[in-house]
Design a protein around this ligand. Structure first.
Ligand SMILES: [Zn+2]
Ligand SMILES: [Zn+2]
Length: 350
C-alpha cells in the first residue's frame, strides 16, 4: 500500500502570545527510524494553552500540539517493525531501546523520550501537532484501530495517568483518592478505574465533581463543604487510602493528601507546582507506616500502548473530556476556547 503525499503542507505557527497562523512548509522525508504521519486530530494541552495565553515562556515561533492521532503514510528506509502504511496510530513517546532505562522498561527516563519534536525553521519548532503531517520516531506509534480521532488524540494524557497508577501499584481492590478533578485528575480517575480500583475524588468545584461522577467516581467529596481527610477515613472503614494521587500542585493538597494515607499507603505527586510551595513530611511517619512518596511524569511506552489499547477497544469513556472540536483552519478559535477557565479538552481536526 502506498499513499500519495503532497510536496507541502500547513502547520499552525504560533508567533507569540495570542498569535497563530497557518503557514506552508515542505513535506519532510522520513529518515531511518522515522515515519511520516498524516494527522487526523490533536488535542490542546496546558503547554499550548499557557504558551498562547502568555502564562508560560516559550521560544516562538512554536508549532504546538502533542496529543496526536494520525495515519502512517510512509516509513523511512529499512523499517523493521510490524506497523503498516495505512495504520491509524496515536503518537507518543520514543526511546533508544538500548540504554539502561529502556532495557529496564523505564524508557520515560531515556534521553530520547521526547524525540518526536519537529523543526520547520522560520515556521517554528515544537511537538508539531497543529499540522497536516508530521515525521515521528517509528517506535513511538501506537495502534488505535477505528477509534474516533477525538478520543484517540487523548491517548497521551491517558498514558500519563496509566503511568502514575502503575508506579503507585494500583490493582483490583485498591482504594484510591484523586485530589483535584481537573482534566488530569479525571484521567487518573479513569486509569485507576480501568485497573479495578475504588476511586474517591476530592475537589472544591461542584461542576468538576459532577464530571467525576459522570466518569465513574465511586465517591465524591466536596472539599469546600466537608473535611476531606475525615471523610476519606470514614469511607475506608477508618484505614485511609492505599493510594492518594495529588493532581493539583498545591501545598494544601499535598498536606491533605499525605494525611489521608493508610498503613503502607503511597502518595503520588502527579502535578507540578506553580509557584512551588514547600512539602513538609515527617520522616518518622513515613518510617512507622511504611509510606511511599513518589513522583510521576509523562509515561513509559508500555503505558502509552495500554492507553491506545483501552481507547481502541472502547474500554474507556472519553466523551466527557471532549469539550469542542475545531477544524485546523480555525486553530486560533480552538486555542481561544481552550484557554478559558475550567475547560476540558478542545480538539483540532485536520
Ligand atoms: Zn498533554
Ligand atoms: Zn533509551
Amino acid at each position: 500500500m502506498s499513499i500519495e503525499v503532497p510536496a507541502k503542507f500547513l502547520v499552525g505557527s504560533m508567533k507569540g502570545k495570542g498569535e497563530i497562523e497557518l503557514v506552508e512548509v515542505d513535506t519532510p522525508e522520513p529518515g531511518y527510524g522515522q515515519a511520516l504521519i498524516k494527522l487526523e486530530a490533536t488535542a490542546i494541552c496546558t503547554w499550548e494553552q499557557r504558551s498562547f495565553s502568555g502564562q508560560q515562556e516559550n521560544k516562538f515561533p512554536f508549532v504546538g500540539g502533542h496529543e496526536i492521532i494520525g495515519t502512517i503514510v510512509k516509513f523511512g528506509p529499512e523499517y523493521r517493525g510490524t506497523l503498516k502504511v495505512g495504520d491509524r496510530v496515536a503518537i507518543g513517546a520514543s526511546g533508544c531501546g538500548a540504554c539502561y532505562y529502556c532495557v529496564r522498561g523505564q524508557d520515560r527516563a531515556c534521553k530520547f523520550h521526547y524525540d518526536g519534536s519537529v523543526d520547520y525553521g522560520d515556521a517554528g519548532w515544537g511537538p508539531g501537532g497543529f499540522a497536516q503531517y508530521k515525521v515521528h520516531p517509528d517506535d513511538g506509534l501506537f495502534l488505535v484501530g477505528d477509534a474516533p480521532a477525538k478520543y484517540a488524540a487523548l491517548a497521551e494524557p491517558l498514558s500519563c495517568a496509566i503511568h502514575s497508577t502503575k508506579l503507585a501499584g494500583v490493582v483490583l481492590g485498591s482504594e484510591v483518592v484523586v485530589i483535584g478533578a481537573g482534566v488530569m485528575g479525571l484521567f487518573n480517575l479513569v486509569a485507576a478505574k480501568a485497573r479495578g480500583a475504588r476511586v474517591i475524588v476530592s475537589e472544591v468545584d461542584a461542576g468538576r465533581l459532577a464530571k467525576a461522577k459522570e466518569l465513574g467516581a465511586d465517591e465524591i467529596i466536596d472539599a469546600s463543604k466537608e473535611d476531606p481527610i475525615a471523610k476519606v477515613f470514614e469511607l475506608t472503614d477508618g484505614r485511609g487510602a492505599d493510594v492518594v494521587i495529588a493532581a493539583i500542585g498545591h501545598p494544601k493538597a499535598n498536606e491533605q493528601g499525605y494525611a489521608m494515607l493508610s498503613e503502607k499507603g503511597t502518595f503520588v505527586l502527579f502535578a507540578s507546582a506553580h509557584p512551588e510551595g514547600p512539602l513538609t513530611l515527617s520522616p518518622n511517619k513515613i518510617h512507622n507506616h511504611e509510606h511511599r512518596v513518589i513522583g510521576s511524569l509523562s509515561s513509559d511506552k508500555v503505558d502509552f500502548m495500554n492507553a491506545a489499547w483501552l481507547i481502541r477497544h472502547g474500554n474507556v469513556n472519553l466523551e466527557p473530556f471532549v469539550q469542542a472540536v475545531y477544524p485546523l483552519e480555525d486553530v486560533k478559535g480552538a486555542l481561544e476556547e481552550a484557554i478559558g477557565v475550567g475547560t476540558y479538552r478542545v480538539v483540532v481536526e485536520m
